[in-house]
Write a protein that binds this ligand. Structure first.
Ligand code: ZN
Length: 248
């Protein structure tokens, strides 16, 4: 069985700050103002989308990033471009350049991990701290899908396998055992894999097992015959989600 790609979503620990940053960026992150979507949110929950129509500066902060690697990241990120009302501006964000600290999203590649702050939570980092870590290399067959997945988080999307309607028949002890092999604690597995999100933690579109934001679900980690392979494309519902979040 393939190794599960465990991307980690990072959320600001301080919910009050996270909420304040989200609303400062875009008041309708508070919810309630999008009357067209009745089920969207409950009081006290909020989205972390960037201001609609804005330019999003995406800075590359690593010193030794080969140009072909950088271009491959840009190409994968740009797969989202047709579905959002945002302009992506890629900048040199390395220390010592004018773009240092200027990226709304700051990509660091010198790592063995992949993780991203969700949407406007990126504003909670110091301007010199990366908000998106992409350790995966272009030689990996899952490079493009991983970058698309991570950038989905940067745009404000949560994990689809944690969708409130995702009734995945996890074999919980086997899931814990699998992740324990790579040193992942049960608490982190709960946080990143098993826990369902509150219905209002995401713009509410129906559960989508084809979503790029869905982890693979190996059959040996479920009860009965249930699995999801590796989703490698932005699905129709992913497109609909982003169009809802960033309407043109
Ligand atoms: Zn993820």
């Amino acid at each position: 069985m393939n190794e599960i790609h465990l991307c980690s979503v990072i959320r600001l620990k301080d919910q009050a700050t996270s909420y304040q940053l989200a609303l400062e960026e875009r008041p309708d992150n508070a919810g309630g103002s999008n009357a067209g979507n009745r089920k969207k949110r409950a009081v006290g929950h909020f989205s972390k989308f960037w201001s609609n129509g804005r330019t999003l500066k995406i800075g590359f902060v690593s010193d030794d990033l080969p140009d072909n690697h950088k271009q491959a990241i840009i190409s994968a990120i740009n797969k989202w471009q047709p579905f959002v009302n945002l302009t992506f501006e890629f900048i040199d964000g390395r220390d010592g350049t004018p773009g240092y600290g200027q990226g709304d999203i700051r990509i660091h590649t010198d790592s063995t991990h992949n993780y991203t702050l969700i949407g406007t939570d990126a504003k909670g980092n110091d301007s010199w701290t990366p908000t998106m870590v992409l350790g995966i290399k272009p030689s990996n067959p899952r490079f493009e899908s991983t970058i698309m997945h991570e950038f989905g988080h940067a745009l404000g999307a949560e994990h689809e396998h944690q969708h409130p309607e995702a009734n995945i028949p996890w074999d919980v002890p086997k899931v814990y055992a699998h992740y324990a092999k790579s040193g992942t604690s049960a608490e982190d597995v709960d946080e990143q894999v098993l826990n369902k999100l509150h219905i209002s933690q995401t713009t509410y579109t129906p559960y989508d097992r084809q979503s790029i934001m869905h982890y693979p679900v190996p059959n040996d980690q479920t009860i009965g015959d249930w699995e999801i392979g590796i989703n490698s494309r932005i699905s129709a519902k992913d497109q609909a989600f982003m169009r809802l979040a960033y309407p043109k």
